[in-house]
Design a protein around this ligand. Structure first.
Ligand code: ZN
Length: 599
């Protein structure tokens, strides 16, 4: 295996953790302080939460506790994510998880006692301290599903165990799975999960692509039953929690946290499966034609329409791409996200044991952290601009909200990130009148932004819906069953345009999203809002920039329906989604026209 170890990676490719702690000793000291503050909170506020003033005092104390907790958690988990095979980082993470679980258990009384107050008392809290408005909104909603204090404390203590499946899955993927190198025309290609996801699935050479897919699938298959059991543990525990909290359906339980109705969830999946499917099938046929493929298979879906034209992007050029892409959002926004480079928000390194894919996380009162692996593809610029979309929202939210009111509904999470991807495509197309370059950029928008966020993740969501339906009916599943569900979903979407075989059916093993509740569908929900806002930005730049920045500042102030309205998008109807699908159909038409021109 060719990947360097974490220790061999140059510092300028890594993120700067000194914004959290200078060293482990400082972290350890905070761990002790956290425990003391939590105990003090218990003493000060147990059975002392009946007046608005007491509630405000308690919430203020909680802000300080959560501030400490977020630094402690991030310092451990960020290091572990960069090398999951390092026992020291794993130990830090376990310590942090335990400290946080202890904290949550000891603080569990707060929600129960606070929610017991009258609506009037709770309203007064908002008058005294408006920054706690969203906390109060959730307290009112949670009231009906809260359990006895002892039970809540027990569940909080058990939370690392209940969340173990995701950790088991990511560890299996990053640390245990060994992939066989493969050979094409006498050349040996090294193989790993990241190499497949980031490089081989895009490879223009059919032999390389197909051998890689084979090697990739062979290893995945060995894990299918272990990972099915891991996944079952997760969804079964979610079903149990749903039942304990009085929900008949696990869907209602998971969606209640997002403040989203089942109707919105189903609409997203059904409309995309039925109406976007035929559009993407046309695109698949175009690829098949361009590459002269006898058969279009699942392993060919990620290739470029025009691979000879695919420019490589060196990391050194990333800042100029980003700067230009986000320019329409104004200088303030641009300056804000450009800090990512001098301040080392991003871990670009490609090393053994590192978490795959990309994520962004912002510890309150520190700077954002972005994990990704730079492989010199334009797709990396898309990942980066996507994660910087999350970062921009995190900063603006932090500046305008309490730490207790920062997290927007999951339904909205992917809007700022995908919006930035649309900006990137726009900047790539605006620069040129050359039809080949234009076609390249539209294709990138279709494949990177929409294929990834609107199709791949949505097909995950359609799969998840089937799985949760089984669980709701009290049924169980194994690896073979999951493969058959995944296969059916893929076949429905791709129709007869793409051959979906048993290897494609293993795709459910490629994502950690399944361990995050109903998360996957939110990509397309966010992208629907982003596309509508982006089209408005093109029509009325001044007005929409202001509206978009206001939307980014919201944090958890409003539930999704109202929050989207701030960005000027009405998701109470299916119009935004239909418009987005129409925009995609139009993009495929543009690509077809440009292709005819070029031929
Ligand atoms: Zn994202």
């Amino acid at each position: 295996m060719a990947l360097p170890s974490r220790k061999e990676v140059p510092t300028d490719l890594t993120w700067d953790l000194s914004a959290l702690y200078p060293n482990d000793a400082a972290w350890e000291r905070d761990l002790t302080k956290l425990a003391t503050e939590v105990s003090k909170f218990q003493t000060d506020f147990t059975d002392q939460l009946t007046t608005p003033e007491q509630l405000v005092a308690a919430l203020t104390a909680l802000e300080a506790i959560e501030q400490k907790a977020t630094f402690i958690e991030h310092y451990a988990f960020l290091q572990q994510a960069t090398d999951m095979t390092d026992p020291h980082y794993n130990e830090l993470l376990t310590k942090a998880d335990q400290a946080l679980a202890q904290k949550d258990a000891k603080l569990a009384f707060f929600t129960i006692q606070a929610a017991n107050n009258s609506a009037e008392t709770l309203e007064k809290v908002i008058q005294l301290a408006p920054r706690f408005a969203s906390v109060i909104r959730h307290l009112k909603q949670d009231k009906k599903s809260l359990l006895a204090p002892q039970t809540e404390a027990t569940l909080a203590l058990l939370s690392p165990t209940l969340n173990a499946p995701e950790n088991i899955y990511t560890t299996a993927r990053a640390a245990d799975m060994e992939f066989l190198d493969f050979e094409v025309d006498g050349k040996t290609y090294p193989m790993s999960f990241v190499l497949y996801e980031n490089t081989y699935q895009y490879h223009p050479n059919k032999e390389v692509r197909h051998r890689a897919f084979n090697a990739f699938s062979q290893t995945l298959k060995k894990y299918q039953d272990t990972l099915a059991a891991t996944y079952y543990t997760k969804v079964a525990s979610e079903k149990t929690l749903a039942t304990l909290r009085g929900y008949d359906s696990v869907f209602d339980y998971l969606l209640s946290k997002q403040e989203v109705s089942c109707e919105l969830f189903d609409r997203q999946i059904d409309l995309i499966l039925n109406e976007l499917g035929p559009v993407m099938q046309q695109y698949a046929r175009l690829i098949q034609q361009a590459h002269g493929l006898e058969q279009m298979t699942f392993a060919d879906l990620q290739i470029d329409l025009d691979p000879d034209f695919s420019p490589k992007v060196a990391l050194a050029d990333a800042p100029s791409y980003i700067k230009e892409a986000v320019a329409p959002l104004g200088k303030n926004y641009q300056d804000m996200v450009m800090e990512a480079f001098p301040k080392r928000w991003v871990d670009f390194a490609l090393n053994a044991g590192k978490e795959t894919g990309g994520f962004e996380t912002t510890p309150y009162n520190a700077h954002p952290y972005i994990l990704m692996s730079w492989t010199n593809e334009l797709a990396d610029v898309y990942t980066l601009v996507h994660e910087l979309g999350h970062a921009g929202q995190a900063i603006l939210t932090m500046q305008n909200n309490s730490i207790l009111g920062c997290d927007p509904s999951m339904y909205l999470i992917e809007a700022p990130s995908t919006f930035n991807e649309l900006l990137l495509t726009h900047s790539l197309t605006a620069k040129t009148s050359d039809p080949r370059t234009k076609r390249f950029a539209y294709t990138k928008m279709l494949t990177n932004t929409f294929y990834h966020n609107f199709v791949t993740h949505l097909l995950e969501a359609a799969f998840q819906r089937e799985v949760y339906q089984l669980v709701d009916q009290g049924k169980t599943f194994d690896g073979a069953k999951l493969c058959s569900i995944k296969k059916q979903v893929l076949q429905k979407f791709w129709g007869d345009a793409v051959v979906i075989d048993d290897r494609a059916a293993l795709t459910w093993m490629r994502q950690s999203h399944y361990y995050m509740g109903l998360y996957s569908y939110t990509y397309s929900a966010g992208l629907t809002i982003a596309t509508q806002a982006f089209l408005k930005l093109l029509a009325e730049p001044q007005k929409e920039v202001a509206a978009w920045v206001d939307f980014l500042k919201l944090g958890d102030q409003l539930p999704p329906l109202e929050a989207a309205k701030v960005a000027g998008v009405d998701i109470s109807t299916e119009t935004p989604l239909k418009n987005t699908i129409a925009f995609l159909a139009q993009t495929v038409e543009q690509i077809k026209e440009l292709s005819t021109q070029l031929d």
